[in-house]
Design a protein. Structure first.
Length: 198
């Protein structure tokens, strides 16, 4: 099962330099008033400007949230969603559910056969403390040629919104419910589960 992952990146903030600040590669300009013949600042005035500039710069730095410099969020697949083998078709319509913990159950006439099953696995990465919002589809289709089955009730093992822990990595799993029709053909079905984070 193929999984599409998308991420995003916050834009860095703009830095405001108060008048008179001089940093690497910058020049300082002093306006000349009409009737004044000198552009030279007195030592006292230069010291005052330096104090204002340093205080303004420190205030601006302390006001910036640290997340403005955070790395982009990304989500990658670590494991496919597998419903395993089961009996469907005429007289065996129903559903097969794989929960986020990897447990499997059936309802209706669908009968489970001994086989492997797994919940889909993902990892979100980014800066520690970054807020995330997880998006899951309401449904997707699994196909075998012209035959199809629909997966609904997709559920994640983590809240859909939250904050990345220390280390900037968060793993989670996704389960869902597969609807088995009474006319389902015996075959191997495949589909795409698209998960995104921002």
């Amino acid at each position: 099962m193929q999984v599409q992952a998308r991420g995003w990146q916050r834009a860095p903030p703009c830095l405001f330099f108060p008048y008179g600040f001089k940093g690497p590669g910058m020049t300082q300009t002093v306006a000349v008033r009409p009737g004044k013949g000198s552009t030279r600042m007195s030592g006292q005035r230069r010291a005052l400007w330096r104090g204002i500039c340093v205080a303004s710069l420190l205030a601006a730095q302390s006001a910036w949230p640290p997340l403005l410099w955070s790395a982009p969020l990304a989500v990658v697949k670590t494991q496919d969603l597998l419903f395993g083998k089961f009996v469907g078709g005429s007289g065996y319509s129903g559903s097969v559910t794989v929960d986020p913990q990897g447990g499997r159950s059936s309802s209706g006439g669908a009968q489970l056969l001994t086989s492997s099953c797994t919940a889909a696995g993902f990892t979100i990465t980014g800066a520690a403390g970054s807020a995330y919002a997880l998006s899951l589809p309401t449904a997707f289709t699994m196909s075998a040629g012209a035959d199809q089955m629909v997966v609904t009730a997709l559920t994640a093992s983590i809240p859909v919104t939250g904050v990345l822990p220390a280390g900037g990595s968060l793993t989670f799993t996704v389960g869902g419910t597969l609807t088995v029709n009474g006319t389902q053909r015996n075959s191997s079905y495949r589909g795409n589960l698209d998960v995104s984070v921002k």
